[in-house]
Design a protein around this ligand. Sequence first.
Ligand code: SAH
Length: 349
Amino acid sequence: MKHLLDQLGTGLPEFLRNAGLPEYRARQVRRWLFAGRATDFATMTDLPAALRESLATEFSIWTTEVVAHRQANDETEKLLLQLADGNRIECVLIREGDRRTCCISTQVGCAMGCVFCASGLEGVVRNLTTGEILEQLLRLQQLLPADERLTHIVVMGMGEPLANLDRLLPALAWATSPEGLGISGRRVTISTVGLPAALRRLAAEKHPYHLAVSLHAPNDALRSQLVPVNKSAGLSDVVAAADEYFAANGRRLTFEYVLLGDVNDRPEHARQLVALLRERTAMVNVIPYNPVAGLPYRTPSDEAVERFVGLVRGGGIEVQVRVRKGDQIDAACGQLRRSLATTAPVALS
Ligand code: SAH
């Protein structure tokens, strides 16, 4: 069976054409999926019964299984999804005021090797398909009551999105299409370690998406230690490629900076960061480290966070500290997958 969410653009219309059916049937199916939140073909009641049956023999809508569903006091919800091949990925729904933000994964594991991150500890297993990326969005949408909709997407789950652009971009195209989820492209943030060639491709294609570049260090020596892929890319080219993206779409850049106690939180790091980003239309998003079991890093004290933020702000750079959400449900950074790695599927809570 084919994964319908992977076949929305070509496979589905082709199937209909071969069956001698009009093209608008494809739009109807998509409307049922994205706006109607249909979970099976049987409920697509304005399609002829025979078509519903033949669609059901040709396509499956879902390929994942919800292995765990956690809800935190702050209403953050996290799903651990098991893919058809047994691999597991995470996605998160974050509620903040009127915002309904979904955080999605793009790969099983990650090849970037950031030394503080749970997702990449065992390397990358494979890219997710477009359908698997879309399926996360639809599953998260199903957690919302009928009168609420997803408003924002952050591609900040497991994996390096720029290493899987060919599958991510079609998924985002459906997410932002009026025929899909209708989320504004300006409300999509792609978080990347900063692969220069892929950044330049994104810039050339003129996407509306907001870019967040995971910097984590203000000089090459420290960045190569924390973000090993930096050894080949190099900080200055990463920042130059980010500048090109800014020049192409005009969206202010965000630079993420995971603050690791006594590693990259010293005053000289703040000053170097100011020197690096001065003259840029950029914001620094400071993320106090979220501890990962078995890793030697620690969360800096509140004073250390304040000192760092004060120095960066004092240097004229806009900075904010990311509020941690969903800590108690292992919502951050591949942690639920790890904590449940050896357990059998658990019931929905
Ligand atoms: N590969 C993408 C997405 C990663 S997740 C990227 O590198 O940007 C989104 C952000 O969370 C990244 O900035 C990542 O470095 C950060 N992160 C990973 N593990 C973390 C942890 N344990 N605590 C805090 N932030 C973490």
